[in-house]
Design a protein around this ligand. Structure first.
Ligand code: SF4
Ligand code: SF4
Length: 395
C-alpha cells in the first residue's frame, strides 16, 4: 500500500478510535438518508410508500455537512439515491465540502447505471484521496431477485451496473445481499449466478445483510426476521478465505461475531450511535441510527453542535447504553462499534474463533451468555431481543 494511503488509513483509524477517550463534539460518522423514493417494490421495505415531501435540498445538506468538519465516514442511503434528479450535484457537493472525509459509501439497486457511473466518475475526479465504496444489491439469481425486488429487469440492470462500476478505476464495488425468508436457502444458487455473470468477483466482494425492522427508515414494522441455516455465516467465512487487508479483517471480525449474535449471544461491544455516529432522515431529522425510532430534533432549525449536546440527545445516548433501543449488531453499525472497543473486540473475536474451530472438530458448544449479568456493555451480557438486522444498504 502506498505511504499516503497508509497515512490516510491511520488517520481514519484514529478518528474512529477517538471515542476511547471522549465523545467527539460532533459525529465523525454519519448515515445520510437522502430520499424515501424508490423505483423498486421490495417485499421487505416500504420506504417507497411514504409521501415525498420536504426532502432536504442539496444546499441544505451541504449546510449540515459544513457543520461536521471532522466527518471521516459517510454512508449515503435511501430509498434509491439516484431517483433524486440532483443526485449528481449532491455527490459533488459531498466530495467538495467534506474535506476530512476518508470513506464515502453508498448502496444502490443498480437500476440507473448511467447516473451511478457518472456520479462515481465525478467524485473520483474531485477526490482521488477518498475510499469510494459502492454496494449494488443482488438478492438472488435473476428470477428470484426480480420477484423479491418487485420489478422485472432489476437483476439485469444491477448486473450491468456492477460490470460498469468494476471497470471504473478507484471504485471499490461490492454485491450486497439482504437475507430474508425468501432467499436464505438460495445463497449457493446466487453464488453460482454471480460466478457466471462476474467471473472475477471474489466472495470477499460479496456482503451479506440481514432483514431488519425499522419504523422510521424501512417503514416495515411487522416484517418477519429470517431464520437462516445455522451454518450460513460460517460457510460465507470459509468462502471468503483469509483477509487481504484491513477492511477484509474488519469484515471477518464482524462475521465471526455475527455468527454468535445469530445464536442469541450479545454483540459484546457498545454501540457508537450518538457517541461518534448518527443518522439523518431525508427531512433533516436527527436519529441515533437507522433502526432506533427516536427523532431527536430538526437540523433545519437547530445547529448540529447544539442538538448534539442537547438533553434529548444525551438522554437517548444513556438509553442506548442501557439497550433501551432494543440493541442490534448490524454490519453498518458494527464496524464503528468494533473499532470503538478494539481490545474487547479482539479478545472476544479470538475466543469465538477458537470456539468455531473447536465446533468444526467436535460439534456445537453451549452459549456462555446464558446466565451472565445484565451489563449491556459487557461482552458476556445477554442482549435484548431485536431481530437480527442488516446495514441500511437497502437500495
Ligand atoms: S444498538 Fe442498534 S438499534 Fe440501538 S442505537 Fe445502536 S445501532 Fe441503533
Ligand atoms: S430495499 Fe432498496 S430497492 Fe427495495 S424498495 Fe427499499 S429502497 Fe427500494
Amino acid at each position: 500500500m502506498h505511504l499516503v494511503q497508509l497515512a490516510r488509513r491511520a488517520e481514519l483509524a484514529l478518528r474512529l478510535t477517538e471515542t476511547w477517550v471522549r465523545r467527539p463534539p460532533v459525529p465523525t460518522r454519519l448515515v445520510l438518508d437522502v430520499t424515501r423514493r424508490c423505483n423498486l417494490r421490495c417485499a421487505a421495505c416500504r420506504t417507497w410508500e411514504a409521501p415525498v415531501a420536504h426532502e432536504l435540498s442539496v444546499a441544505e445538506i451541504a449546510a449540515i455537512l459544513d457543520q461536521l468538519p471532522r466527518l471521516c465516514w459517510l454512508d449515503v442511503t435511501g430509498g434509491e439515491p439516484f431517483l433524486r434528479p440532483d443526485a449528481g450535484a449532491l455527490f459533488d457537493a459531498i466530495a467538495d465540502r467534506c474535506r476530512a472525509l476518508r470513506v464515502l459509501h453508498f448502496p444502490t439497486n443498480g437500476w440507473f447505471e448511467e447516473r451511478v457511473v457518472a456520479a462515481c466518475a465525478s467524485v473520483r475526479a474531485r477526490r482521488p484521496d477518498l475510499d469510494l465504496i459502492v454496494t449494488v444489491s443482488v438478492d438472488g439469481p435473476e428470477d428470484l431477485h426480480d420477484r423479491m425486488r418487485g420489478r422485472v429487469g432489476a437483476y439485469r440492470r444491477a448486473i450491468a451496473t456492477l460490470r460498469r462500476l468494476r471497470a471504473l478505476p478507484g471504485v471499490q464495488v461490492y454485491v450486497g445481499t439482504t437475507i430474508t425468508a425468501d432467499n436464505q436457502d438460495q445463497l449457493p444458487a446466487l453464488a453460482q449466478a454471480l460466478a457466471r455473470e462476474l467471473p472475477e468477483l471474489h466472495p470477499r466482494e460479496h456482503h451479506l445483510n440481514w432483514l431488519q425492522v425499522s419504523a422510521h427508515f424501512f417503514r416495515n414494522e411487522g416484517a418477519v426476521a429470517p431464520d437462516p441455516p445455522a451454518d450460513l455465516v460460517r460457510q460465507h467465512i470459509t468462502r471468503r478465505g483469509l483477509p487481504r487487508g484491513l477492511v477484509d479483517l474488519m469484515e471477518l471480525v464482524f462475521l465471526i461475531n455475527r455468527d454468535f449474535y445469530g445464536r442469541g449471544e450479545p454483540s459484546g461491544v457498545p454501540c457508537q450511535a450518538l457517541r461518534s455516529a448518527a443518522f439523518i432522515s431525508p427531512e433533516g431529522q436527527l436519529y441515533p441510527c437507522h433502526i432506533y425510532d427516536r427523532p431527536l430534533g430538526d437540523l433545519r432549525r437547530v445547529p448540529f453542535a447544539e442538538l448534539w449536546r442537547s438533553e434529548p440527545v444525551l438522554k437517548a445516548r444513556d438509553d442506548i447504553d442501557r439497550l433501551a433501543c432494543g440493541g442490534c449488531f448490524t454490519p453498518c453499525e458494527a464496524y464503528p462499534a468494533l473499532a470503538g472497543a478494539p481490545l474487547r473486540a479482539l479478545r472476544q473475536t479470538a475466543a469465538r474463533a477458537l470456539r468455531l474451530a473447536r465446533e468444526a472438530l467436535e460439534g456445537p458448544s453451549p452459549s456462555p451468555a446464558a446466565s451472565c449479568p445484565a451489563d449491556p456493555t459487557d461482552a458476556s451480557a445477554p442482549r435484548l431481543s431485536r431481530p437480527p438486522s442488516a446495514a441500511p444498504e437497502l437500495a
